[in-house]
Write a protein that binds this ligand. Sequence first.
Ligand SMILES: [Zn+2]
Ligand SMILES: [Zn+2]
Length: 168
Amino acid sequence: MRAIAVITEVELPDKFGEDLAGLFFGEIAVSVIKGEVAEKRAALNVARGQLRADVLFELLSVMPRFHKTVYIIDGDAYVPGLNFVFGVAADDKALVFTERLRSRDPAVFYLRLLKEVAHELGHAFGLPHCPNPRCVMSFSNTLADTDYKGPGFCPQCAARLRKTLGGK
Ligand SMILES: [Zn+2]
Ligand SMILES: [Zn+2]
């Protein structure tokens, strides 16, 4: 069982960890930790009012004793060449940015956040983007894409992920 730390700047319902673990077939154990991410300040592009996702990614550390660390950052971010990103991930770290996922409906915000965290964590486990627009690993160019896709992995991505999670 792989231990995943989720450091979140935003308040999450208690069921978040359970829901996330469920999407990964119960093969991960999720610890949700509320906290401020002070490194944000050093990654802020004041002129754009956005965080440099790639800069922040390098500044953030992985939590000791956890297999992967997910940061849920209250803010908007970009990488050079893109107007914005919902998140970034590689190896043992994943970052998700909340600002563009916001909705007046807390249930909608929750689901978007769950999908984007599952997506970035999927990348951290080595999954590429998926051509199936209903799969959580499909690339979201817009919020409409995020709302269209489900929180779950398609059979192909699920099979790859199970293989990764099954091997120690
Ligand atoms: Zn992606
Ligand atoms: Zn897929």
